[in-house]
Design a binder for this molecule. Structure first.
Ligand code: FDA
Length: 397
């Protein structure tokens, strides 16, 4: 791939991430001259670190219901035209071995780098130019196209595709450029906030959580009517793990989350039976048979743990059962964009055509991927949105 672009292109794509590369591949296949610009040293940096280095590249069960947006219907068109099966076909065509880890989540057997190599090879086949370590200095309307001033050259294009991602992990090159371009062209942006992010707690709550750092439990975590059944991790900074990351996309300041650490188990009834059948046993011993020891210390004080279960009235058994299965706790915040996997909110979908991702009021301007107000759950959904929205724009740009 050349690094120094010629000056006029059919399509210029800002951002060589998942969405930008997919869009470039598709536009290139259509014979369009395409330039992809990124300020990073390498394309697909987030792909490289994703899924613990193995990239959870899609989810077998992807449906529009797995996405959060002001307009929940917006994602339907792109997801139905280029869905998980299409991307899996591409992965298989490149001979990349993969496996389902859990809940429909597909990961590479080898390395996330295989996905990047696949996308780069496909771009190459389509004659796409990629310029890295290049700053975007300005973007302006020019005739019925666009003029883009880069740190290395001035270029023009008929179609400008903004694929600069969200704000998460600024250390890795995330910027607000996409939102700025949207603002410049009069498109509104739905308020952004960190999502799929660990939650933090006040000092009193943290004092109880901290000794459990490293412990994971299967849990159901609920906020309002939304609930996720996945694993939850205690950390030195608060609560994390898939169930917490998922609920963080729905949690808002001032609200409580409710945690069940023995989901589907009627602990009150178990404790009552134990009281009848093994009344001499200590409360702590009985709970240790059901929960990790350190979690037992969280839900019951030492004095109660040392008591015989026969000595506990129903009221105390109920309180114990609630401490395990109805633990209401109010986060004070999240770890923020520093560790968030994605950004909630983004370019308002009302301003975009759901079939092409083109700005309704600005012909030739497209927004794809995470910069758009479509945010997936944890589990491969965010990459699927990047592939689907990138593909859709690639058919039109
Ligand atoms: P993406 O962020 O991938 O790409 C944007 C590109 O634009 C970057 O290359 C960036 O350098 C460039 N850029 C930004 N500002 C620029 C500027 N001003 N000038 C020039 N270039 C600029 N999802 C999933 O489905 N499965 C998973 O396993 C994971 N795992 C995961 C782990 C971690 C640690 C994170 C942070 C995120 C994930 N995700 C994920 C989420 C997923 O990575 C994310 O949703 C997609 O990468 C979004 O794709 P985009 O192409 O929209 O943005």
């Amino acid at each position: 791939m050349k690094t120094m672009p010629s000056r006029a292109y059919d399509v210029v794509i800002l951002g060589a991430g998942a969405a930008g590369m997919m869009c470039a591949i598709e536009a290139g296949k259509r014979g369009r001259s395409v330039l992809v610009v990124d300020h990073a040293k390498a394309p697909g940096e987030k792909i490289r670190i994703s899924g613990g280095g193995r990239c959870n590249f899609t989810n077998l069960g992807t449906t529009p219901a797995n996405f959060i947006s002001n307009n929940p219907r917006f994602a339907i068109s792109a997801l139905s035209r280029y869905g998980q099966k299409n991307f899996i076909t591409l992965v298989e065509r490149h001979g990349i071995a993969y496996h389902e880890k859990t809940l429909g989540q597909l990961f590479c057997d080898g390395s996330a780098r295989q996905i990047i190599d696949m996308l780069v090879a496909e771009m190459h086949a389509g004659g796409v130019e990629l310029t890295l370590e290049t700053q975007v200095q300005s973007v302006a309307r020019s005739g019925d196209g666009f003029a883009v001033q880069l740190s290395t050259a001035a270029v023009s294009c008929h179609s400008l595709v903004v694929a600069t991602g969200g704000k998460s992990i600024p250390k890795m090159g995330a910027t607000g450029l996409g939102y700025e371009i949207a603002g410049q062209f009069g498109l509104s942006v739905v308020e952004t906030r960190p999502a799929l992010v660990p939650l933090t707690f006040d000092p009193a709550a943290l004092q109880r959580i901290e000794p459990l750092a490293g412990v994971a439990v299967d849990a159901v975590v609920q906020c309002g009517k939304v609930r996720f059944a996945e694993s939850m991790l205690f950390t030195h900074r608060g609560l994390s793990g898939p169930a917490i990351l998922q609920i963080s996309s729905y949690w808002r300041e001032g609200r409580e989350i409710v945690i069940s650490m023995l989901p589907g188990i009627d602990l009150f009834e178990i404790l009552r039976s134990a009281r009848t059948e093994r009344g001499k046993q200590q409360v702590g011993t009985i709970l240790s048979g059901l929960l990790p020891k350190r979690v037992v210390h969280l839900v019951v004080d030492e004095a109660t743990a040392a008591k015989r279960i026969a000595d506990l009235p129903d009221r105390q058994l109920r309180a114990l059962s609630d401490a395990v299965n109805h633990w209401s706790i109010k986060p004070v915040g999240s770890e923020g964009y520093r560790t968030a996997e994605v950004t909630l909110g983004g370019v308002d979908t009302d301003a975009l055509d759901s079939r092409t991702m083109q700005a309704k009021a600005v012909p030739g301007l497209y927004f794809i991927g995470e910069v758009v107000d479509v945010t997936g759950w944890l589990g491969g959904y965010n990459f699927q949105w990047a592939w689907s929205s990138g593909w859709a724009a690639g058919q039109a740009a």
